[in-house]
Design a binder for this molecule. Sequence first.
Ligand SMILES: Cc1cc2ncn([C@H]3O[C@H](COP(=O)(O)O)[C@@H](O)[C@H]3O)c2cc1C
Ligand SMILES: O=C(O)c1cccnc1
Length: 338
Amino acid sequence: MRFNSLDDIRAFCRDLPGGDAQAADAAALRQQNLTKPPGSLGRLEELAIWLARWQENATPRLDRITIAVFAGNHGIASRGVSAYPPEVTAQMVANFAAGGAAINQIATLAGAELRVVPLELDRPTRDFTVAAAMDTEDFLSAIDTGCHAVANDCDLLVVGEMGIANTTTAATLCAALLGGGASHWAGRGTGVDDDGLSRKRTAIEAALKVHERLLGDPLAVAAALGGRELAAISGAVLAARQRGVPVLLDGFVATAAVLPLARLAGGMLDHCRAGHVSAESGHRDLLRELHLDPLLDLNMRLGEASGAAVAILLLRAALACHLGMATFAEAGVSGAGD
Ligand SMILES: Cc1cc2ncn([C@H]3O[C@H](COP(=O)(O)O)[C@@H](O)[C@H]3O)c2cc1C
Ligand SMILES: O=C(O)c1cccnc1
């Protein structure tokens, strides 16, 4: 799939694929017949049914899981909004390739393929307190990169990011599209001190002023106040919707990346689940705004898809029960009131 204009994206969002209701009904019926009191596996039951709906298959699979970590650099990093220098983005991309990051360990444990996608790291986006971070062409190109990260035969997509200063970008998108002010959405990210947090708030406020006239247009906001790796995440989420691939979102940054899409169309994130709620302040409120109930709450605040990757293990538990358990009839177990 290729979006040649912002209007192409808007058109796709107006006519979203709805998943397979029959596959979901069949999976729900199977859950009723498995050897357990109805509902006793709690959210694991709902997760199995959700996989069936969005894979369009009553017998869902988790044979091929892709974790896509998109990386980008941000002009706003020059404002002293991160505890780390921008070189760390490329250095961590090298660390992912060498197998030395947290996500490498969790991906291996979860049986998932890790795909790291750097987006023009030596050409940071513009400082959005001065000008638009990206022009439309740049934004669409990042969306396209995200679309290409989703294979047709993928059973589950997990999205995350690496980009020094991108918690400022994420907070700016939230403030622009949800209101509430810079202080509400700015958190400590990699661990900025009080001065750093204050620089973050100042940058967000300046950006909101400079781009005030765009604030009613979610895609214009995503281009002017976003980042390439966030745009790529939204592209991957769009492609997943088209290709019948359910998605796990990682933390604050990955969730903020899809906020502009959610503003375009109710139901846009129905094929997505929040893998976890990050300790980054703002994530819990953002999830509430998007009606996403996180699967895990582990006080993690790393990014790089790590929280969502841990949640793959829960999906594997849900699927193992769904596919492997016996029904009451098969096991000769009496039902309630038999
Ligand atoms: C060594 C290291 C590894 C990381 N892995 C993810 N992030 C996370 O931290 C960054 C966002 O925080 P801020 O907005 O404060 O810069 C992103 O790159 C994010 O993925 C990391 C950050 C560091 C330093
Ligand atoms: O929740 C996140 O996405 C996050 C938190 C801190 C640093 N980087 C990312």
